[in-house]
Design a protein around this ligand. Structure first.
Ligand code: ADP
Ligand code: MG
Length: 425
């Protein structure tokens, strides 16, 4: 089902708002794939001195920034008034509760004032749908970035790797998911951030580790590949000799598709202590670069090894990687190389859609509205609102012509909302 199957009707345009962590973001997305505008106000500079996101500071900054960001997104998309649009979407979890509240309350207010439907979106589903967006907005530098283009071929395997999550998800169709595995402790991005802090490389840690690793020797130190074992990958996958990756296989049993990065961080700490004991300064630039390169290689080995194993096990039609860590160059290259060898389509979002943004929330909202909620797919939000207004005008005293219930006003924030319910697993 598609909301665009309305003959020559105009595109279904959604204003999306994202404030789950430390990015205040708003976007206008047409038909779930086309980005008409995409504004992101990052708070990185504010949180740098704390070495991580300070929740109270984050929510207060969202309050300060959100009006400008939303007005900017509407102006960039040449939308004079919210009422011209079809729906409003907002992230309602998972995330920091105080941050989520800012976006959710603004979205409720806009939906209440405009009469448009409000679509709550799971942040992780947003990351997934970043792969369905076409990066076709100006400027040219962005347009040139490859990305998007995930197809309608299911099942698809999704690796979500962000600051808060590391999950392998089997996507059986639009908005239908099975959780295959997740991190037992730290998320991959969290590990990048913590190791960068250990090495004094700066914040956020992912880009800092990647930059340092460029001048490093990944082979000088060996770090563990948690929840994996040495050996050949499955027979349906290429021999390890042909791959740039070491011969990593997931462990057997219940943790086959789970991850664990906290021990890897401790291994880095132990390595640094050992070097210091030997009188070698671990944070000296070349040593830090070599440690960063070894750490990055270990994380990428685990991520690609487990994704490759799950792709073969479930016979998927395509693989998508998303979330902030999907911006990592080594991860993208290693995954591209592996899946090209076995002829399986791989999608990664363009770099500007890897970390938190609202365009991905608009995309997810469109598919949710089309496939999961399926509310009046033949009518745009504008048409629904006009119908309601017309019937209210024609018989103001008739109880049946009252405006639709404002059920969205009860929308809560779910700080730890899972993508897949425990009972569905
Ligand atoms: P969340 O949704 O959990 O708030 P994001 O999706 O915005 O997080 O991703 C942020 C995370 O991505 C941070 O942990 C950051 O270090 C990591 N990250 C960003 N760029 C890179 C990169 N080039 N390499 C590795 N990690 C990265
Ligand atoms: Mg995110």
């Amino acid at each position: 089902m598609s909301l665009t199957n309305r003959g020559s009707s105009p595109a279904y345009r959604i204003l999306a708002i994202e404030t789950s962590c430390d990015e205040t973001a708003a976007a206008v997305v047409a038909d779930g794939r086309h980005i008409l505008s995409n504004r992101v106000a990052s708070q990185i500079g504010l949180h740098r001195r704390f070495g991580g996101v300070y929740p109270e500071v984050a929510s207060r900054q969202h309050v300060l920034a959100i009006q400008t960001v939303v007005e900017g997104a509407l102006a960039d998309a040449s939308v004079a008034h919210v009422r011209e649009l079809d729906a409003i979407a907002v992230t309602h979890g998972p995330g920091l509760a105080g941050s989520l509240l800012v976006g959710v309350n603004l979205a409720k207010g806009l939906a209440f004032a405009s009469g448009l439907p409000l679509i709550p979106v799971n942040h992780l589903e947003g990351h997934i749908y970043s792969n369905w967006l076409h990066p076709d907005i100006s400027p040219d530098s962005v347009r040139r970035q490859r990305g998007g283009g995930a197809s309608e071929q299911f099942p698809a395997l999704i690796l979500i790797v962000s600051g808060g999550h590391t999950e392998l998800v089997l996507m059986e169709g639009h908005c239908r998911y099975r959780l295959l595995g997740a991190t037992l402790d730290d998320a991959a991005g969290e590990a990048f951030d913590k190791v960068a802090r250990l090495l004094d490389l700066g914040y956020p840690g992912g880009p800092a580790i990647q930059a340092a690793a460029e001048g490093g020797d990944a082979g000088r130190f060996h770090l563990p590949r948690p929840l994996t074992r040495p050996g050949r990958r499955t027979e349906r996958q290429p021999a390890a000799e042909a791959s740039p990756l070491p011969n990593v296989l997931p462990v057997r049993g219940e943790h086959r598709f789970n991850f664990s990065f906290s021990g890897l961080k401790t291994a880095v700490l132990n390595l640094m202590r050992e070097l210091e004991r030997e009188g070698t300064e671990a944070r000296q630039p070349q040593n830090a670069a070599d440690i960063a390169a070894a750490f990055q290689m270990a994380v990428v080995d685990v991520l690609v090894g487990k994704t490759a194993d799950a792709a073969a096990e479930f016979g998927v039609e395509q693989v998508c990687i998303c979330g902030g860590v999907s911006a990592n160059g080594l991860l993208r290259r290693s995954a591209e190389q592996h899946f090209a060898q076995i002829g399986l389509p791989l999608h990664c979002p363009p770099l500007f859609l890897c970390t938190d943004n609202a365009a991905m929330i608009g995309a997810a909202a469109y598919y949710r509205q089309s496939y999961a909620l399926a509310r009046q797919p033949s009518a745009t939000g504008r048409e629904q609102r006009q119908d309601a207004e017309a019937s209210a005008r024609s018989s103001p005293h008739d109880r049946t012509s009252e405006p639709p219930a404002r059920d969205f006003l009860a929308l809560d924030v779910y700080a730890s909302l899972p993508l897949v319910d425990a009972k569905q697993r």
